[in-house]
Design a protein around this ligand. Structure first.
Ligand code: GLN
Length: 192
């Protein structure tokens, strides 16, 4: 099984390193045809406006939508989660044409500015009892989730920061910047 990582912008190399640690083959994806070679796709953190511009420019939007329509798994982390959303509550009011795959409303830059980045432990019961290290960097959160969306993690104040809808997974935070490989393993199980 090969997992693809969208490698247009953002921290795709860190995801590749995580997959390497759990002995899963990773492939950088930049061209539509490369989607035919992978069992699951990770859309990394970075800057969602830039990433979407490049996805449109590289003609990847429709091929990624078809990939999802084949029920193949996609995981968006942080900016990647914004790309998956069918609705974005944008703090600077810029309209964004996302992939529109997941029935979620995402609030962008929801915790304030860069200095408001933070780390906190999260309870993610699907991963077991040990808390998961949540690294939030100018993170979005899930303001609203549709009926088919399962919440996987919330902050103590109830804000949703991880969710799954069938084969689609979204996390506000960055597991690829930690030593905890459990979410990568979880995504690989969905993909296999
Ligand atoms: N603030 C970024 C955005 O809106 C996301 C930040 C990240 O991926 N760490 O796209």
């Amino acid at each position: 099984m090969i997992i693809g990582i969208l490698a247009l912008q953002g921290d795709f190399i860190e995801h590749a390193k995580m997959l390497e640690q759990i002995a899963i083959k990773a492939m950088e994806v930049r061209l539509p045809a490369e989607l035919d070679k992978i069992a699951g796709l990770i859309i990394p953190g970075g800057e969602s406006t830039t990433m979407l511009k490049l996805m449109h420019g590289f003609d990847l939007v429709e091929p990624i939508r078809r990939f999802a329509a084949r029920r193949l798994p996609i995981w968006g982390t942080c900016a990647g989660m914004i790309c998956l959303a069918n609705n974005v509550h944008n703090t600077d009011a810029t309209p964004m044409e996302t992939l529109g795959l997941m029935d979620i409303t995402v609030k962008r830059n929801a915790f304030g500015r860069q200095v408001d980045s933070f780390e906190t432990s999260l309870d993610i019961s699907t991963l077991g009892d040990d808390p998961f290290p949540g690294v939030f960097i100018r993170a979005p959160y899930l303001e609203k989730t549709g009926e088919e969306v399962e919440t996987l993690a919330t902050l103590p104040d109830g804000r949703i920061v991880a969710a799954r809808q069938g084969n689609l997974l979204a996390t506000s935070f960055h597991p690829e910047l930690t030593a905890d490989t459990r979410l990568h393993r979880y995504f690989c199980r969905i993909s296999s």
